[in-house]
Design a protein around this ligand. Structure first.
Ligand code: SAM
Length: 395
């Protein structure tokens, strides 16, 4: 995370620059209001979600949609549901098993982005004979919610948006790349073995600078429970993600949640060699490590410590049902059968449909870095996505 932004970032338009300047001014005001130092998770929350200014809360393009010819699209990054409808269709097969097993009729998706996953899941559920499924979405970005409403309008009242967490829920929960978008705390270990919290201050030139302060007892205890003291080591901890799973323990009455994201088990996450953490920014398809580069215009993310999420689920009384790589999950859930249904006689169309699938499955791309964690309550049979290659023992 201390890596500077690459020199080859594309130039910003004057409108984009003006937007980022406004976001910077907002962040400086937030730091001033906090007496000159803002813990990084608060800074990140404002940079991503401040109404009208934050990356996810302003009207920029963000999530890219590949064009019909599969060319590099506008936006900042592409997620699996946008790469190929086969991702959503495969996830739908797993969702269908959960709905049938529990006798429920509702899917709840968190952070639905452009609505691509919702659209693909609903279509596949129809073909699987589950056309009575209701689809709920909880989206914190008003801008993305409007985009989803437009895309999902053909489904009418089957799709509804929630304004807050449900009181209770029975069915299948989906969250693709949502945990990585939650604000994380940054910490470092001091030379004398103390946990310091990394925050953001403003220097004499009005730029953002890192400043470390003694961590709260809660943060220090959470860090010390996860890794040994390694002076100079910098990393993140996603307490908001853990709290989100903790809350799920109260509202998920019966069903399973499929959490798809990039990350590792704890032993890899806090590996001594990963001494700079996993914080990453995405700006116009460039990934870099400097969150101060263009606040309001770039995504800021951290990988997920899946051990922490599984622990949070267990502590909240949920079952941990499975954990495996995205490639393994998709193959278990039937991606290859769906691929086999494609018509290879149109070689060009076929190649275009297969290329993104290779990206989803390839170890060098999304297949291994991305994982699927399933947690739930009242589930009595194994989930098909984890039938082979389950890695629960690694958490
Ligand atoms: C990286 S995008 C992924 C979008 C989409 N799931 C996809 O795969 O294309 C992260 C999404 O999560 C949403 N988000 C972040 N925190 C959230 C939360 N606590 N509850 C619901 N949505 C959230 C963001 O607004 C955004 O839509």
């Amino acid at each position: 995370m201390q890596r500077p932004a690459p020199a080859n970032l594309p130039p910003l338009s004057s409108a984009a620059q003006a937007h980022s300047d406004a976001a910077r001014a907002h962040l400086r005001a937030a730091i001033a209001a906090a007496s000159g130092w803002l813990p990084f998770d608060h800074w990140m929350a404002e940079a991503l979600y401040a109404p009208g200014l934050g990356y996810y809360a302003a009207g920029n393009v963000k999530l890219a949609e590949p064009d019909a010819d599969g060319r590099t699209p506008a936006g900042d990054f592409v997620t699996a549901p946008q790469l190929t409808p086969l991702f959503a269709r495969t996830l739908a097969r797993q969702a269908a098993q959960v709905l049938r097993q529990t006798g429920t009729h509702t899917v709840l998706e968190f952070g639905a982005g452009t609505g691509a996953l919702a659209e693909g899941v609903l279509r596949e559920l129809d073909t699987l004979g589950l056309a009575d499924t209701q689809y709920l979405i909880l989206e914190v970005s008003a801008d993305l919610r409007a985009r989803q409403a437009e895309r999902l309008a053909p489904f009418g009242a089957r799709v509804q948006w929630l304004d807050a967490l449900p009181q209770r829920f029975r069915g299948c929960v989906l969250a693709n790349e949502v945990l990585d978008a939650m604000p994380v705390s940054l910490f470092t270990w001091s030379a004398d073995g103390k946990v310091l919290e990394r925050g953001v201050a403003v220097d004499a030139e009005q730029g953002f600078v890192w400043e470390d302060r003694p961590a709260s007892p809660r943060l220090a205890a959470a860090v010390a429970a996860r890794m040994p003291a390694l002076p100079g080591y910098v990393s993140e901890i996603n307490l908001q993600g853990e709290a989100w799973i903790d809350a799920m323990g109260a509202w998920l009455e019966h069903g399973a949640a499929l959490l798809v994201d990039y990350g590792f088990p704890r032993s890899e996450y806090y590996h001594p060699q990963r001494a700079g953490g996993t914080l990453m920014c995405h700006l116009r398809h460039h990934a870099h490590g400097d969150p101060f580069t263009a606040p309001g215009l770039q995504d800021i993310t951290a990988h997920v410590d899946f051990t922490a999420m599984a622990d949070a689920a267990l502590a909240a009384g949920l079952q941990v049902l499975g954990y495996t790589s995205q490639a393994r999950f998709l193959m278990n859930a039937g991606l290859m059968e769906l691929l086999a249904q494609l018509d290879p006689s149109d070689a060009q169309a076929y190649a275009q449909a297969v290329a993104p699938v290779q990206k989803l499955l390839s170890e060098a791309e999304m297949g291994e870095l991305f994982k699927v964690l399933a947690v739930g309550r009242g589930m009595t049979q194994p989930l098909l996505g984890f039938a082979r290659g389950d890695r629960l023992g690694k958490l």
